[in-house]
Design a protein around this ligand. Sequence first.
Ligand code: 1GP
Length: 243
Amino acid sequence: MGYLYNDILCSGRKKMAMLIDPDSFSLDSMERLGRLLAAAPPDILLVGGSLVSTSVDDFVLLLKTITTLPIVLFPGNAVQFAPSADGLLLLSLISGRNPEFLIGQQVVAAPAIAASSVEVIPTGYMLIDGGAVTSVQYMSCTQPIPATKSDIAVATAQAGQLLGLGAIYLEAGSGARHHVPFEMISAVAGAIDIPLIVGGGIRDAETAARICQAGADMIVVGSALEKDPSMLVELREAVQKSN
Ligand code: 1GP
């Protein structure tokens, strides 16, 4: 793996990713976003969603006109692969038992990924119950791991590491009522040696800091920043202070 994995995810410093759903941005908000990213840059930009109708490649190219931050794909399916991105979280939904999201979509995307120069980060994606049915759950037709079952989350993450995945992503789902529980984050972080990414339902700086302290190497925030982009300043500060 390359720069994004070695120098950002495995840096040993807590990191923050801002998740952008291409369908939620207009050209107007793009200009505002550019100013904000220059003033308070997150470590990376994640681009994707469970259901995206915009051309992700066009969107990435547009983002590149307003920022030099690394742009990493976070695709809900194979259609969202974009060769103009810097990196790709190649997700396998290891908490689920739907072969389409364990390996099917990856097979569809593989030829295009292999022909590109996008840095691939093979990631074990684990959906954790966040108190409501989320888009990921519905679109992937999989059951989330119950929020109280840290033992299942630990075993699943360990299996992902043993299979050779480069990172684990604990996902409560976009706009989740409850973020992934701190106890589960600690238990998983203590059981694996690969970077741990945590997202879903993070809405304030204190929660962001506590999730980092519990053992996340990178937090992902989407919905809260869509509502109030200026929160980027405090979220970023909270993550940096947890180092
Ligand atoms: C969703 O983890 C991300 O895939 C971010 O979730 O939109 O709730 O911040 P939010």
